[in-house]
Write a protein that binds this ligand. Sequence first.
Ligand code: GTP
Ligand code: MG
Length: 466
Amino acid sequence: MNSNYLTNDTIAAIASGVTQSGIGIIRISGPEAVSVADKIFMTGGRKKISSFPTHTIHHGYIYENELTVKTDEVLVSLMKSPHSYTGEDTVEINCHGGIFLMQKILKLVTENGARLAEPGEFTKRAFLNGRMDLSEAEAVMDVIGSKNEFSLKNSMEQLNGRLAEKIEKLRNEILHETAFIESALDDPEHFDLTGYPEELREKTEGFISEISEMVKLSQNGRIKKDGIRTVILGKPNAGKSSLLNMLSGHESAIVTDIAGTTRDTIEESVMIGNMQLNLMDTAGIRETDDKVEKIGVDRAEKNAESADLILFVVDSSIPLDENDKRIMDMIKEKNTLIILNKSDLETVTDENEIRKKSGSDIPVIMLSAKNNEGMDELQNNLLSMFGDPDKKINDEVVVTNLRHLEELEQTKVSLEHVMESIDNGMEEDFFSIDLMSAYQHLGFIIGKEIDDDLVNEIFSKFCMGK
Ligand SMILES: Nc1nc2c(ncn2[C@@H]2O[C@H](COP(=O)(O)OP(=O)(O)OP(=O)(O)O)[C@@H](O)[C@H]2O)c(=O)[nH]1
Ligand SMILES: [Mg+2]
């Protein structure tokens, strides 16, 4: 049935999403696609789409009133059956991305022989025409159907250009400093480096904070997309598995009063409010001679290292001990929420006590995993730690690619070296080595390595200006 399925009618829709953007795409698919386009489009040389071969793209104008009044300047691509997304004759109009304009062009298209497509109808036709199998079609449908993903992706695309812009700007600023240092070292008579280290220190601090902000946003972006990697840590019997069960709403982990019940890691994905937590229950942390338990403890520690969030479960009904201290040392640098569990029992370890011992301002909440109490407070704390995932991140530049993120982190390390060199009163050429390394790492993000010519050009400018 697939390969000889043919639809009689021609469908059209705004394919780019109805939001204001640089470009809007109106897709027309079906046997009349070309003739519909011919009624509303001509190139500057007054040629029609039907006069061109398949898989070509043409600059021209959308007209109304029977090709008399120009509506927009566009690029139109032609993909004839069977080699198109749907397998049918397809014409795509790339117009300016104003909402009103896209709707107006779509109206012209439908007035001239196409009908409005149903949601997902292009993909449905692609499937029915044998262009993709059902799982592929479903995957496309999922992407389209999922509102958050779609809007996220959309904004990511829009932001792509802006990330490069931001990186390029940072790179130029860094290069400027290097050029100045090199020029001054080459030509000390005309360039004075007195007071320069302080000036550079301030600028470098600015670069670092800009990069840190990008790294943070990137983590938020990933968390919004994939969920918060959450590891539940605590000594044996603190109530970790009970917490997992409470959060997931079912008995996924075994709970007993025997210390060392959990040995393997147990994973559950739960929604708390509108945040997705990818929870991992782990073996209680303690010194042990039991071979299996020891492996479990090692795993727990290893997983904690890469977590976005650690839920450190403390048994509030007994005093803190060595095992709690061991965990506190482990999580010093981590994003942690301390959970004083067993609030239904008499409190022995309270918030003050734990703050005193952990010596930090890590948020602490009281909770009873057994009685299912304390969810609201947990949710509020998570909200303030991770922000509201429903909030759009439109105006920010978000790095989503892991490699990019790594380069940003490398850039930060190099810039921190610059700070160290300044603080240690090192020679200026040390600054420029690390500045250039930062410059290079940023370049890797946008696919640019150090361009010797550019460096030379800038150096020569400095020297000419003396
Ligand atoms: N009273 C009270 N008891 C609790 C609470 N949470 C857990 N418990 C009890 O504490 C004991 C240990 O609970 P688990 O959830 O198995 O503790 P765990 O941290 O997973 O322990 P391990 O897997 O051995 O590391 C069980 O007897 C639970 O019923 C609580 O909020 N209140
Ligand atoms: Mg357990």
